[in-house]
Design a protein around this ligand. Sequence first.
Ligand code: CA
Length: 228
Amino acid sequence: MAQVLLVEDDAAIRSALTRALREQGHSVASVGAGMAALAAVVEQKPDVVLLDLGLPDIDGADVLSMLRAISDVPVIVATARDDESEMVRLLDLGADDYVIKPFTATQVTARIRAVLRRMGRTDEDPVVTVGGLCIDTRSYEVTVDGRPVELARKEFELLLALARRAGEVVTKRDLLAEVWQLAWGGSDRTVDVHLSWLRRKLGESAREPRYLHSVRGVGVRLVAPEAP
Ligand code: CA
């Protein structure tokens, strides 16, 4: 799918992530330091860079600024610091998204997908089908059991984000990042409100879910309803 450059000095994280990304069909190159990362971006022209901020030679934020001076490649930063001023600074420096350590491979691959989609660099199937639900991303048409459903833009994007990861529990944090492009901030309430509109339009409710199942304290999972 994409050529990923992984910049990470921790060998264990590097090999685990490399394996996970390759399982998702990405091709992965990795380096363990900032200078090597800059050279690799120039030489290999990756589709996306996953940049650890704690590197042995150059501060990751400086790597990010230098990288931005030479390339417009999408960059997802990995940081151990979960504070707002740091995120704002990184986004100002040109990061496209971020993940907070410790993160799961699923979180990283979802962010990579979201970034590539925003860049229009994706070869995902334009029609997503889950059970009787069919979403056409070219015409923005949604049908349930052949019946058309009119959705507002964000409802459509929310449904699509969940359908692309059918069967997985997707966190509200990830949905805010993917659907609302809020790499930082945003409220779970935004997701909840859109989810309830979406449910009504799909003809279901939180109490009697068919496709959209809330997993308390974690997020939302879209699954095909069981046959009656
Ligand atoms: Ca590190």
